[in-house]
Design a protein around this ligand. Structure first.
Ligand SMILES: Cc1cc2nc3c(=O)[nH]c(=O)nc-3n(C[C@H](O)[C@H](O)[C@H](O)COP(=O)(O)O)c2cc1C
Length: 196
């Protein structure tokens, strides 16, 4: 089952570039699935903010439900579905936190209001009403009025998913689709196909 010459990161890049040309919005949107301490799965969309041989990066609140799941179980899955291409890419791997420099760098690139929002939003926790959030936003705008000096909240930062397995799925006529799998074995990628 092997074709050692193909690199799934390069293939991902190729498909991602095509999706970036064709998708109406958010070609970088991906479904992230985590598993909680009771072995129940949870899925939600996040935005891919970078990828390379080391993995796939996104940013979030470290006290959110997804982050609590990750504290219990570092096995995660990602899913990209690009309707415009009729393609899906599934990625499975292990997740870890990015270092603080990487999180600082991305946080610093965000719009002022997004940085304020990261302070104000107690992500995944109950909210009485919209007003409660708006009041917190005003409090943090007063606390950090200088757009060039909003520190990154300690509870906000990035994760990287280090892939162990990819599936590249391409729609084909009459639902006889193409499925190409890449699996990591001793630091080498092995490729094989699956029945649709
Ligand atoms: C297209 C799209 C992109 C999103 N991107 C992010 C993201 O990059 N980071 C994030 O924390 N939440 C993002 N969200 C919100 C999440 O889907 C989710 O509501 C939130 O992270 C809380 O999830 P949790 O309670 O499971 O932790 C996005 C939602 C959508 C629909």
């Amino acid at each position: 089952m092997s074709d050692k010459n193909l690199n799934p990161i390069i293939l991902f890049q190729n498909w991602y570039e095509k999706a970036s040309e064709k998708e109406i919005n958010d070609p970088n949107a991906m479904c992230l699935s985590t598993v909680d301490k009771n072995n129940c799965p949870h899925s939600r969309m996040v935005l891919l903010k970078g990828f390379d041989e080391s993995g796939f990066r996104f940013f979030t609140n470290y006290q959110s439900n997804k982050s609590i799941d990750i504290e219990h179980n570092i096995n995660v899955a990602l899913n990209f579905h690009w309707k415009s291409l009729q393609r899906q890419i599934r990625i499975e791997g292990l997740i870890e936190k990015l270092n603080s420099d990487q999180s600082d760098e991305y946080y610093g690139s965000r719009h002022y209001m997004s940085r304020i929002g990261a302070w104000a939003s107690d992500q995944s926790r109950p909210l009485k009403d919209r007003k409660e959030l708006e009041e917190k936003i005003e409090i943090y705008k007063k606390k950090y009025p200088n757009e060039n000096n909003v520190p990154r909240p300690p509870h906000w930062g990035g994760f990287i998913v280090k892939p162990k397995k990819f599936e590249f799925w391409q729609d084909m006529p009459h639902r006889i689709h193409q499925r190409d799998i890449f699996e990591l074995n001793n630091k080498e990628w092995f490729k094989y196909n699956l029945n649709p």
